[in-house]
Design a protein around this ligand. Structure first.
Ligand SMILES: Cc1ncc(COP(=O)(O)O)c(C=O)c1O
Length: 411
């Protein structure tokens, strides 16, 4: 008879012997199921997906061409380990050109197989059981998940509209600060779309120094800004490099999502430790992808074009939502529009949570969004919807308007 001892061997961090037996249904799975149901019930209506967290377009053909050329070269076949120097040099030049930040290519930059991988590795470098990571809420969760895997704890700082979605650092108590090691920030922010300003980053540097914290600034959307907002790096603030690092990604800035390439930059001691850890996790990104990324990084004008598209789409979407009664403003960066949910619909349901509202939008209007209930009920609309050119884009937006205006929302 076959023995099944596998079930007893799972680590506690993923549920121990209970792993997989009572799967909790997570938010994104619920959305997936609701989308499937709505499409089945309405086979002739197209679902408009405003819930996608990645670009709708592929990388520019010139980047693809560079990859194709480099992939055919014999010398590019090796393990890349901690990356090729050419990439580090290009990343340093990019930091200078786009953010006016000076970093040393040799000691202050390391490539990463995407910022998600970097966020997964960083806690391994710092977190002992009982240590604390300070995270905003809502957040991109990878640093939080891995802190907990290692026996660390997470303390949340809510991102509230009345504070421009910037965390109140002075709300943290002394006991938390004594045990805290990492402070995670992300601007332009997912999901709120908020941008930070220099003054806030200056306060962060001072706060981190006073409380001996390491700042991890996730800058995945840093160059995707518009309406006279300039790309802002945390490292451009005096003293930031003494206490922090910044994560950059080509996923959104250059539509290279599936390519898996980004970099960490900042304090040399921190970069050295992360590189040491990375060397024990992977063997580096395929060299031709790094070389295509070198090409991309030397063409930051491509990001400006991508940002212009999001800006244009945001503009119309905000107008539509305001006409439907939402109190919403165009964000200054990212492709996320984060807005407070209505209380209900005249003659229809009342909404107790963003999740309920999001389900309503899918089932009633075949419009998919992502709900967030972490710091008030909000939904996130992404302007990365599929559309065939400018005309197609207009048609999608008109269709959103036509659908939403059949509901009389109560606020
Ligand atoms: C805030 C934030 N950080 C990091 C990532 C991951 O980016 P990458 O593709 O570089 O792993 C995402 C992706 O959605 C994100 O929203």
């Amino acid at each position: 008879m076959a023995v099944d001892y596998i079930q007893n061997l799972f680590a506690d961090r993923i549920g121990g012997p209970q792993f997989g037996l009572k799967e909790k249904i997570y938010k994104f799975e619920k959305i997936k199921r609701a989308k499937k149901e709505a499409m089945f019930a309405n086979p002739h209506v197209e679902l408009i997906d405003l819930g996608v967290g990645e670009p709708d377009s592929m990388a520019d053909q010139s980047i693809v061409k560079e990859l194709t050329k480099e992939a055919g070269k014999l010398e590019n076949r090796f393990y890349a380990d901690n990356g090729i120097f050419e990439f580090k040099k290009a990343a340093a030049a990019y930091m200078k050109e786009v953010f006016s930040v000076d970093v040393d290519a040799e000691t202050e930059i390391n490539h990463m197989i995407g910022s998600k991988s970097a966020l997964a590795m960083i806690p391994t470098v710092f977190i002992n059981p009982g240590d604390i990571t300070i995270m905003p809420a809502p957040n991109y969760p990878i640093l939080e998940t891995h802190t907990k895997y290692l026996g660390g704890e997470v303390v949340h700082l809510p991102l509230l509209e009345e504070n421009s979605f910037l965390p109140k650092l002075d709300s943290l108590n002394k006991n938390v600060l004594k045990r805290a090691k990492l402070l995670y920030l992300n601007y332009p922010n997912n999901p709120t779309g908020a941008v930070a300003n220099r003054k806030f980053f200056e306060e962060v540097v001072q706060f981190a120094k006073e409380n001996e914290l390491i700042v991890i600034h996730d800058a995945a959307y840093a160059a995707l800004v518009f309406d006279h907002e300039s790309p802002l790096s945390f490292l451009s603030v005096p003293g930031a490099k003494e206490i922090g690092i910044e994560l950059h990604s080509l996923s959104k800035s250059f539509n290279m999502t599936g390519w898996r390439i980004g970099f960490v930059t900042g304090n040399a001691k921190l970069i050295h430790a992360i590189a040491m850890m990375k060397d024990n996790y992977d063997s580096g990104q395929f060299i031709p992808i790094q070389k295509a990324a070198v090409y991309a990084l030397s063409h930051p004008e491509m990001t400006k074009q991508i940002a212009a598209k999001y800006s244009r789409r945001h503009e119309v979407l905000v107008k539509i939502l305001c006409e439907c009664g939402f109190d919403t403003k165009k964000p200054k960066g990212s492709f996320f529009l984060y807005t407070k949910i209505p209380k209900g619909v005249v003659g229809g349901p009342k909404f107790q949570s963003a999740e309920e509202f999001s389900q309503y939008l899918i089932k009633k209007h075949l419009i998919s969004t992502v709900p967030w209930d972490d710091a008030g009920p909000y939904v996130r609309f992404s302007v990365t919807f599929q559309a065939d050119g400018r005309k197609g884009e207009q048609q999608v937006l008109e269709e959103i308007k036509a659908r939403l205006s059949t509901s009389d929302f109560i606020f």
